[in-house]
Ligand binder design. Structure first.
Ligand code: CDT
Length: 314
């Protein structure tokens, strides 16, 4: 057995954020959650996707000024600086999801901030779900393709003194490629924030499958890539739209070690033994010994069955 390498991770689930809630109010909640995570001895805390605002892609907004009001042009800015100050004061790092305006381009973004309060890395969501324009007759819309460009930063992994850490955002977790690309970089911990509306169904899929697919995706990804996953929901009923909770920390064995109970602001934490990954990487998932990339070419050459080679999705 290799020596244990212990790291306490926390996940800070957020309850709903309503449209009228100010950035200052939300950041105060985030700071409270960060303090609780620190009080429990955590070194890193994962916050949700688009944590600073309500999940605005449920609406088709036409006024550019209104759309821009959901985006950050600087990070940290005056409203978010208290979170960075709290992290530095307590010596705890964090993952934060937010809507980013870079020039004229809008991204669904997350950042990794170190325990010194400095930004270590940035990720921009690659698997953008939903539609670019409203679906006629649909009770609920999911318009991320209207608001966000496809991320242009790949899936990097950052070597921190504590662990090799990667990031992804919500729908990315459903795609095995997301985690395999990070697994191939030896990632120890993947942090992921999400907003998963429980009411948005594209066919008459039973509602309970929303939670099942969320957990199934995380558990298989952790196991197949021998990594820990810290997943943070924005949960509960936002502007009349219910979203799943189920924030959790998943071990490289694919087991859920701790899971949120509520659909509100809630911190969960777990003392992770990062050395567990090594056992899987030396045996069943010894990539160098067992992977056969010469047989995987369609994965990078096709978007789907029947799609022409090299075709980009619409
Ligand atoms: N935010 C986000 O990516 N939500 C998606 C909903 C998919 S249904 C269009 C998710 O994967 O949970």
């Amino acid at each position: 057995m290799s020596a244990a390498k212990k790291l306490r991770l926390a996940v800070a689930q957020l309850g709903p954020v309503q449209r009228a809630d100010t950035r200052a109010q939300v950041v105060r909640r985030l700071v409270d959650l960060l303090h609780e995570a620190h009080g429990r001895g955590a070194r890193w805390v994962t916050f949700p996707e688009l944590a600073l605002t309500t999940f605005f892609p449920r609406w088709s907004l036409e006024d550019p000024a209104e759309v821009r009001s959901f985006f950050e042009t600087e990070m940290p800015g005056p409203a978010t600086r208290p979170l960075f100050d709290a992290a530095r004061a307590k010596g705890i790092g964090f993952y934060l999801g937010y809507a980013e305006l870079d020039g004229e381009t809008q991204y669904n973004t997350s950042i990794l901030v170190g325990p010194d309060g400095r930004i270590i890395g940035k990720y921009r969501k690659i698997h953008i779900p939903g539609d670019a324009s409203s679906r006629e007759g649909a009770a609920l819309q999911h318009l991320e393709k209207k608001y966000f460009a496809v991320g242009d930063l790949g899936f990097p992994v950052w070597d921190t003194p504590d662990a090799a850490i990667g990031m992804c955002i919500c729908n990315d977790r459903r795609w095995p490629e997301t985690f395999r690309v990070m697994g191939l970089q030896g990632v120890d911990v993947v942090m992921v924030g999400y907003n998963t509306p429980s009411g948005y169904v594209q066919w008459n899929e039973p509602i309970h499958l929303r939670m099942h697919h969320h957990l199934l995706s995380l558990q298989s990804a952790a196991y197949q890539n021998a990594c820990w996953i810290a997943a943070a929901a924005k949960a509960g009923v936002e502007e009349g739209s219910p979203m799943i909770g189920g924030s959790c920390i998943v071990a490289p064995a694919g087991e859920i070690m701790v899971r949120a109970f509520s659909e509100d602001d809630e911190v969960i934490n777990y003392m992770c033994d990062l050395s567990v990954s090594g056992h899987y990487r030396a045996n069943i998932f010894n990539f160098a010994a067992h992977r056969r990339p010469e047989h995987y070419r369609p994965i990078v050459e096709r978007t789907g069955a029947g799609a022409p080679l090299g075709a980009a999705p619409p």
